[in-house]
Design a binder for this molecule. Structure first.
Ligand code: SF4
Ligand code: SF4
Length: 138
């Protein structure tokens, strides 16, 4: 009985596809909803600091004076809260995981200064009418 069960299992396993992937021969495909790491579009960030205040693990630091957005990668739990609250939608949940390291990974992003606003154009003065020539008297 037991031997027949084992034989069936062995035979089934022989003809089944392997459960594991042949990485790196077969490249890793991330599932659509994988929570890997937080990405930022630096040009869109306005340094408002909402993400820093809402982060439950305090892994984001926003330095308005030095125009820096800093994240401690190993402290992030990929909850996605910062992505939800960012008013400029400049944070994204990327699918690839942060590479494992033996030290704390701190990523610093320089936020570019916004382009200077164009000076308001003064409204054009209304054109003055030329004085009418008087009709010659007879
Ligand atoms: S990433 Fe978004 S929420 Fe965070 S400081 Fe920049 S604009 Fe504000
Ligand atoms: S995903 Fe969560 S833990 Fe990670 S930086 Fe955003 S708010 Fe913080």
């Amino acid at each position: 009985m037991f031997v027949s069960k084992i034989s069936k299992l062995v035979l089934r396993s022989l003809f089944k596809k392997p459960a594991t992937k042949m990485y790196p021969v077969v490249p890793r495909v991330w599932e659509e909803r994988t929570r890997g790491h937080i990405g930022i579009v630096e040009e869109d960030c306005i340094l408002c600091g909402i993400c820093m205040r809402k982060c439950p693990t305090n892994c984001i630091t926003v330095d308005r004076n030095k125009r820096k957005w800093i994240i401690e990668r190993m402290q992030c739990i990929q909850c996605g809260c910062c992505v939800e609250v960012c008013p400029k939608q400049c944070l994204t949940m990327e699918q690839a995981y942060t590479t494992p390291e033996t030290f704390k990974v701190v990523d610093t992003h320089d936020i570019p200064a916004p382009p200077p606003k164009a000076a308001p154009v003064a409204p054009a003065a209304p054109a003055q009418e030329a004085p009418k020539a008087e009709a010659p008297t007879a």
